[in-house]
Each structure stands twice: as structure tokens, then as C-alpha cells.
Ligand binder design. Structure first.
Ligand code: BEZ
Length: 210
């Protein structure tokens, strides 16, 4: 069954390139980016895992752990890992789950047989410290993901968890934000100071500090 935003991310136990894990224990207290790829030793996947390794400091700075999964066996993950470092310029610095029996991939609805075969598609789950699913993304096998966009969403989620604001189209950290629809303009002015009312339902303010 598909997972919805706000659902609890299901727990599981699995073997990874860093050894066996219990998922909820592994991510305890952290945000997590849990993402699937179709297969080891394939070009797009190699660039994606390399891009994630390169952004590791940015994920750590936001309290986020990253973890990948495919239906390949652990020996393939371990054999492929050096290629990720060679191609991306940063050694693999996060675990890859081996899911040859497809138990976890099916639990997270990562297998879409209409996309060619029964390997996983490019799914992404952003999961918060309370294990709630906060974002889902599904990309086709032929299109690599933009991991800077995933960081941008994490910045927006962490900001909107702290203050009654929402982020507009194409928002980048530091840009102005939208006052939540549930807050009156008077209350917004008291809380944020300057508020620009463009429409009764569209009020801009500067990004509040944490
Ligand atoms: C790739 O990573 O290049 C790839 C993997 C599976 C299907 C299509 C592309």
C-alpha cells in the first residue's frame, strides 16, 4: 500500500553496507532521507549516490541521515561502492540496504512493474525525527534526481515546523516567506513585524530566524 504524508514510516530490519540495522533505531532522533535506486553498476544510480555522498556535510548540518536501497545483494553493493567514490569524487559515506527478497521495497511501494521490471524505481522519503513521512517523490528509472532540491525541501520543512509560515514557489533559504493562512494579518504583524498584504490570503514577510 502506498505511504501517505503524515503516516508513520514502517520499521524494518535489513542488512546494509554498514552492517545489519533496525531502521527506527538507526535513525532515532534524526531526520532521514530514504531513497531507492533500480540497480547497482548502472550509470544514473552511480551519479546519484555520488551526489548524495558529496552533500553529506550539508545533510549532517541539518540533522539528516541518508540511506539508499536496491534489490541487489550486499556483495554487489560492496563491490560497486568504490565506483561511487571514483565517479563522484567522495567515498560512499552512508549505508546502502540490500533487499534481494524485496521485503522493504514492497513495504515502501518502491516497485512499479510498469516501469520495466521488478527492480525499484527512484523513490525518496523524507522522514522526520518522529518517524512521520514528510515528503514522497517518485522518479522514473531514466531520470536522475536533484539532491539539492531534497536539501531545499528539508530547509523548508524545518522552517515551517518552527513558525506559522509557508514557502512559495521556487523558494530558496533566505527568501521571503508566506504567512500561514490560519494567522490574521494583525497577529502576523505582532509576531513578524513587517508584513506585506498582496491579497487577503497572500501575506509576505521576511524569513523568521530559528
Ligand atoms: C541507470 O542507473 O542508469 C539506470 C538503471 C536502471 C534503468 C535505467 C537506468
Amino acid at each position: 500500500m502506498a505511504l501517505h504524508l503524515g503516516d508513520t514510516a514502517p520499521n524494518f530490519q535489513a542488512d546494509t553496507t554498514d552492517g545489519p540495522i533496525d531502521f527506527h533505531e538507526w535513525k532515532k532522533g534524526s531526520w532521514a532521507v530514504f531513497f531507492s535506486h533500480p540497480a547497482d553498476y548502472t550509470p544514473v544510480c552511480t551519479t546519484e549516490l555520488g551526489a548524495t555522498a558529496k552533500l553529506n556535510d550539508d545533510f549532517v548540518a541539518r540533522g539528516v541521515k541518508t540511506i539508499a536501497i536496491s534489490v541487489d545483494p550486499i556483495e554487489d553493493h560492496k563491490g560497486w561502492a568504490p565506483d561511487i567514490g571514483d565517479v563522484g569524487g567522495t567515498d560512499l559515506n552512508f549505508p546502502i540496504i540490500a533487499d534481494p527478497d524485496k521485503k522493504v521495497s514492497e513495504l515502501y511501494d518502491m516497485i512499479h512493474p510498469g516501469e520495466g521490471d521488478t527492480s525499484s524505481v527512484r523513490s525518496v522519503f523524507i522522514i522526520d525525527p518522529d518517524n512521520k513521512v514528510r515528503l514522497t517523490l517518485t522518479y522514473p528509472k531514466s531520470v536522475g534526481r536533484n539532491f539539492n532540491e531534497i536539501l531545499r525541501v528539508i530547509d523548508a520543512l524545518q522552517l515551517t515546523d518552527l513558525a506559522p509560515v509557508a514557502t512559495p514557489a521556487d523558494w530558496q533559504p533566505g527568501d521571503r516567506v508566506i504567512v500561514s493562512v490560519g494567522m490574521s494579518t494583525d497577529d502576523a504583524k505582532e509576531r513578524f513585524g513587517e508584513v506585506e498584504e498582496v491579497k487577503p490570503y497572500l501575506r509576505w514577510t521576511a524569513q523568521p530566524s530559528a
